[in-house]
Design a protein around this ligand. Structure first.
Ligand code: PLP
Length: 355
């Protein structure tokens, strides 16, 4: 048999996304997960609610109350229309699919979230990545010129950006919204850790879609992403969202999480404080460069990223190696902000390594 000959050659040449396999005791700081979970009494309360879930029935997100809860919790304007996704990853794919016409083009910055480029390639769209400045700020003139030249169907801006942590300026985003005729997605996966957001503008601009997720505020395992935007775009998107993309258990757990936002916000504040402590301490290390971050991770450059990565690994710490992904990320590693104890372990290991 030669079944493979029916499978697209470009897909055969891809490598599957692999999730790191690490020993139980490892400090896992590679994927921007929150290191905290609900205390026992809340876990038990959630377990009771999940036990009652009507898993024999197909889920109905519209009646689940989750959209209203998201609107309430995050101040999404009444005139913005919300779409729910099985993680924002699914919405990234669906937004790309929405504009996947012959010859359509997707524009993003590089380096940024790899799924923008990946989905463009998967769905047959052209893709252009405009390089960031070396300090990972936006090259506004180059980006605006690319928007004018190519009139992209879809523009991706992660705000703050991943894997760099840098927040572009609000004026940059507004300038892009003003000249782009296609959809501009402001991906606020890290919005909870940042000083600014476009969520309160969702529904105001016809071309603005604000993308958010519960993943980076402690619920990566639930797979809950959401997009908020103008009815003209969002009502079209609704036509291609698979009817049962959200599951009964996640819908219940997400609502439960939103009822306990006081606790979640407590974790977020602690992680923001830790981020500043981490940045201050990392900045004192010799021969390194620390980039500003408005997210729950810190990206920095070392003389030898491979060596530092290995030393951390030997110390039971997994971080993300960015070196090799893009020329601008040369010798860079990305550290998710962990608990104070985990961050201390990172700082100790780094001091021993680079001194
Ligand atoms: C993590 C991340 C996502 C994906 O989040 P999920 O909701 O877990 O699918 C989207 N965009 C950016 C920029 C991210 O870093």
């Amino acid at each position: 048999m030669m079944t493979n000959r029916f499978i697209r050659a470009d897909i055969q040449n891809m490598t599957a996304y692999s999730v790191a396999q690490i020993p139980e005791h490892f400090i896992k700081l590679d994927a921007m997960e929150v290191p905290y979970r609900f205390p026992k009494h809340l876990q038990e309360e959630l377990a009771k609610q999940l036990a009652d879930a009507p898993v024999n029935r197909y889920p109905n997100p519209a009646c689940s109350g989750l959209q209203e809860a998201l609107r309430q919790s995050f101040g999404i304007p009444d005139d913005a229309v919300i779409a729910l996704g099985n993680g924002s990853d699914e919405l990234i794919q669906l937004l790309t699919l929405l504009v996947a016409k012959q010859g359509a083009l997707v524009l993003a910055v590089e380096p940024s979230f790899v799924m923008y480029r990946h989905n463009a390639a998967l769905l047959g769209l052209k893709y252009i990545g405009v390089p960031l400045n070396p300090d990972f700020t936006l090259n506004r003139n180059a980006f605006l010129a690319a928007v004018k030249q190519h009139q992209p169907a879809l523009v991706w801006l992660a705000y703050p950006n991943n894997p760099t942590g840098v927040l572009f300026t609000r004026a940059d985003i507004e300038a892009i919204l003003a000249v782009a005729q296609g959809i501009v997605v402001v991906d606020e996966a890290y919005g909870a850790f940042s000083n600014d957001s476009f969520l309160s503008q969702a529904g105001q601009y016809e071309n603005l879609v604000v993308l958010r997720t519960l993943s980076k505020i402690g619920f990566a395992g639930l797979r809950i992403g959401y997009a908020a935007g103008h009815a003209l775009v969002m009502n079209q998107l609704a036509k291609i969202v698979p009817p049962y993309n959200m599951n009964q258990l996640s819908l219940i757990a997400a609502k439960f999480a939103l009822q306990h936002m006081d606790m979640v916000n407590g974790y977020i504040d602690l992680l923001k404080t830790e981020r500043q402590r981490l940045i201050a301490a990392l900045t004192t290390l010799p021969n390194t460069q620390v980039f500003s971050s408005e997210a729950n991770f810190v990206t920095m450059r070392f003389p030898d990223a491979d060596m530092v990565f290995s030393r951390l690994y030997e110390n039971g710490i997994l971080v993300k190696k960015l070196h090799g992904n893009h020329t601008l990320l040369s010798q860079c590693l990305r550290f998710t902000v962990g608990t104070p104890e985990q961050n201390d372990a990172v700082l100790m290991a780094l001091k021993r390594t680079v001194d």
